[in-house]
Ligand binder design. Structure first.
Ligand code: F6R
Length: 594
């Protein structure tokens, strides 16, 4: 995880980098730091905690330089201390490095460098990179070449930003962790993802695996990309990003979480506007496949589960969902002719990328449903459909979930040759979400959440098409409110979970106008008989519901709207408990390590 930003240009680089780090905080927020070259000196600042409230002009007015790198950390190697925070430096303090990833052979490299006299100050794997470059520079005077030679010795993953005190040069490199180059007029910016610098440029180069970039005034065009292994120059492919920079701003909202939940109707609108051609292509891949799997993590897996129910019910196609983290137990069984649908917001989740490798090595095809253009998943898949969430900054995935479910609806429509029907049902979902997000409804959820915030445990039940929502609702609640929450399939209730039900425990019931309505209502009665406080989400009220949250009749498509209620509950419970909904403890948005 972790986020990195690097600036080379004619502005105060530190301002751009601090701004970029604030946008990358979803990747980690244990500590942060900066290094800049100002007036020929390499200066640094490191701090434990979040960067959120930091103001460069107020807190560090003298800090600046036209070349600057910065890092926001999610600790893996070494505790959360100022010393362990990035940037890390060489012995002579003339080389500064920020790193996202894990250097797997750092112990071996470190002891070798220590034997050669290098003194280490931190417990991190990253520091070894700065010393390794310093050591290589004793043999190779060319800095870019010294970095390249050093990178060849690293095992594991890296996205790097490297600067030097004695040369106007910034180097970036990637292997296994994302790194994007923003190319603007008179400025070149490195970032772990596009929103880090979208404000300054929407022209980007997505670095490929084993690529490094040297940025310098001495290079024609300002930068040069090379392959780390061969040393050969690579022609850059510049992509224009269509996201609007304001989409990655809070836009007057107190948190990204509420802003992103409020954007859900537009997300559906954009999905409805998708082209038939790409949907038909995805549908063909599914039709042609002998066996179909959907592989993803967390929220994206829940969306994949929803897709598997939908394709079973509407298109009579069996799709097996598998958690990407568990896939290696099954991947040896993949065969030529299989299709693996990978669902991911970031497109950088390590376990999902591993799934792509396993599928390809078995001769299976990969269809990606991915939100981030140019992400590793998008580049590795045989074909990708870009979900329409736009930049999702809050660590908790909300609008991406809705966009992924909506994408499955469109795919299902393409499979049955009825895209117009898919658009119609999504239109109903969109209007329904608008109602759920109305002022009056928000007030109601806020009020409910006040008492939910006192609960020790919260449960959710759903059957069939509503089961993934029961899991997703509880994931949202536990992630941000730290209340124990668990979702169950209604049919499993009597096989154990009912033992947990006691007086006053809130149970959210997901019901809709499909064949399992009567059964889930009986589950609601069973838990109510044991003292539960039943919160019912359905198109019609029922006497078993203590509290009733209305949705429209929309059959198998109802879950797209009904998930918005628990998303809002999670948000308001977090506020009630004085937690920051955008930065839940221990979590980072993009899980780029296994
Ligand atoms: C939950 C959440 C995570 C992600 C999961 C997959 O709110 O955000 O469970 O859904 O880490 O991430 P992506 O979709 O980027 O592969």
């Amino acid at each position: 995880m972790c986020g990195i930003v690097g600036y080379f240009g004619n502005k105060n680089g530190a301002e751009v980098v601090v701004d970029g780090l604030k946008r990358l905080e979803y990747r980690g927020y244990d500590s942060w730091g900066l290094a800049a070259v100002g007036e020929g000196k390499l200066i640094k600042h490191k701090q434990v905690g979040k960067i959120g409230g930091f103001d460069l002009k107020r807190d560090l007015p003298k800090f600046g330089g036209e070349i600057c790198i910065g890092h926001t950390r999610w600790a893996t190697h070494g505790g959360v201390t100022e010393t362990n925070s990035h940037p890390h430096f060489s012995c002579d303090k003339k080389i500064a490095v920020v790193h996202n990833g894990i250097v797997e052979n750092y112990q071996e490299l470190r002891s070798d460098l220590e034997k050669k006299g290098h003194k280490f100050v931190s417990q991190t794997d990253t520091e070894v990179i700065a010393h390794l470059i310093e050591q290589t520079l004793k043999i190779t005077k060319d800095k870019t070449e010294a970095v390249r030679q050093s990178l060849k010795k690293l095992q594991g993953s890296y996205a790097l930003g490297i600067i030097f005190e004695d040369e106007k040069l910034m180097i970036g490199a990637r292997k296994g962790s994302p790194l994007v180059l923003g190319v603007g007029k008179d400025q070149t910016i490195l970032g772990s993802d596009v929103p880090a610098f979208l404000k300054y440029t929407n022209k980007v180069v997505f670095l490929e695996e084993f690529e490094m970039v040297a940025i310098s005034d001495q290079i024609k065009g300002g930068y040069e990309i090379k392959n780390v292994n061969s040393g050969k120059t690579v022609k850059p492919k510049i992509t224009t990003i269509k996201w609007d920079a304001t989409e990655a701003e809070k836009g007057g909202h107190p948190h990204f979480m509420i802003k992103e939940m409020l954007e859900q109707p537009q997300v559906i609108e954009k999905t409805i506007g998708m082209g038939k051609g790409e949907l038909d292509k995805a549908a063909k891949m599914i039709e042609k496949a002998k066996r179909v799997y959907v592989v993803a993590c967390g929220t994206a897996l829940h969306a994949g589960m929803y897709g598997s129910y939908l394709l079973a019910k509407i298109n009579k196609i069996m799709v097996q969902p598998i958690s990407a983290g568990e896939l290696h137990h099954f991947a040896p069984l993949f065969k030529k002719g299989d299709l693996v649908i990978c669902v991911s917001q970031s497109g950088e989740t390590a376990d999902v990328l591993e799934a792509v490798k396993s599928a390809h090595s078995a001769g299976a095809k990969v269809l990606a449903l991915v939100n981030v253009m140019g992400s590793s998943l998008m580049r590795a898949a045989d074909f990708s459909l870009l979900t329409k969430a736009g930049p999702e900054i809050c660590v908790l995935s909300t609008k991406a979930y809705v966009s992924q479910m909506a994408m499955f609806v469109m795919i299902s429509g393409a499979l049955s040759g009825k895209i117009s029907n898919a658009k119609k049902v999504l239109g109903i979902a969109k209007k329904d979400i608008e109602k759920i997000l109305s002022k009056k409804s928000l007030e109601k959820i806020k009020k409910m959440s006040k008492s939910l915030a006192k609960a020790q445990n919260i449960y959710a039940l759903g059957r069939g098409i509503n089961y993934p929502n029961a899991l997703e609702a509880c994931l949202k609640i536990k992630e941000v409110s730290y209340i124990h929450a668990e979702g169950f399939a209604g049919g499993d209730l009597k096989h154990g979970p009912i033992a947990l039900i006691e007086k006053g425990v809130p149970v959210i019931i997901f019901a809709s106008d499909d064949e399992s309505e009567a059964e889930i209502i009986s589950n609601a009665m069973e838990v109510k008989a044991r003292g539960a406080d039943v919160i019912g989400i359905n198109y019609r009220n029922n006497e078993v519901f203590e509290q009733y949250l209305p949705i429209e009749k929309n059959g198998f498509y109802s879950p797209i709207a009904s998930i918005v209620y628990p998303q809002l509950m999670a948000y308001y419970i977090a506020l009630e408990k004085k937690f920051d909904p955008d930065k839940p403890r221990n979590l980072a948005k993009s899980v780029t390590v296994k």
